[in-house]
Design a protein around this ligand. Structure first.
Ligand code: FNU
Length: 224
């Protein structure tokens, strides 16, 4: 079972838990807890259950709040305070809001000993429409400059993971969504330089979520 609050790389898998009811959320998390290093939650689950779900999930694994925080610094601060007071280990924020918003998120997270991941480029096909290669790299550079713990980079484009890794060096972590349902491969993404792959539907919609998580774990282990 993963350490309650500490984000540590063991399996290299983060579960994206986008189910919308508490019973399923807890059942799936319990089934895969020892196979994942963290559980990522977002609006679907939190709007469905409330933020109190965080303390329940934290018993199994560190929780990352994927709220893609993207506002003025004061509002970002208020959002991040809620996230960390609820017990999350990390928050995902947008970087396009600029240095002041980004640094406010990092400042608030740090006050709670929490971490910030910054979306550098999104994984869906439209994700590179506004986020050109140059803008993504700039966001990655800003993330490093302002003390983020890591960035979010697309498993659907491993070549971009590689390029963004070159921008941030080894100082920051990379978490990569897009494995499974969106077509990305866990092995290719880790090989390109990601620390963790984020896997949602292909695990939580599977008939046996544990078997699916185990498959991803074995795929990553084979790389070592
Ligand atoms: P699955 N997610 C994503 N792409 O998919 N946070 C991004 O660029 C990004 C994300 C999230 O496809 C998405 O919201 F920044 O079912 C979902 O929670 O495996 C998860 O990653 C992917 O879920």
């Amino acid at each position: 079972m993963a350490d309650k609050n500490k984000l540590q790389r063991k399996t290299g898998i983060i579960l994206a838990l986008d189910v919308t009811d508490e019973a399923s959320a807890l059942e799936i998390t319990a089934a895969v807890a020892d196979l994942v290093d963290a559980v990522k939650i977002g609006y679907p689950l939190v709007l469905g259950t409330g933020l109190s779900i965080v303390s329940k999930l934290s018993k199994y694994a560190p929780v990352i709040a994927d709220f893609k925080v993207a506002d003025i610094p004061n509002t970002d601060h208020l959002i991040c305070e809620h996230v960390f007071k609820a017990g999350c280990a990390a928050v995902i924020v947008q970087g396009f809001t600029g240095p002041d918003s980004l640094s406010e998120c990092v400042k608030t997270a740090t006050a709670f000993d929490g971490k910030v991941f910054v979306v550098s480029e999104m994984s869906h096909p439209g994700g590179s429409y506004f986020f050109t290669d140059e803008i993504s790299k700039e966001i990655a550079g800003l993330s490093r400059k302002y003390g983020a713990f890591g960035i979010v980079a697309p498993a659907t484009r491993p070549e971009r993971v590689k390029e963004l890794r070159a921008v941030i060096g080894d100082d920051l972590k990379i978490i990569s969504p897009g494995v499974g349902a969106q077509g990305g491969s866990a092995a290719d993404t880790i090989k390109a330089g990601a620390d963790w792959v984020i896997v949602g539907r292909s695990i939580y919609n599977a008939e046996n979520p544990r078997d699916e998580a185990m498959k991803v774990k074995v795929e990553i282990e084979k790389l070592i």
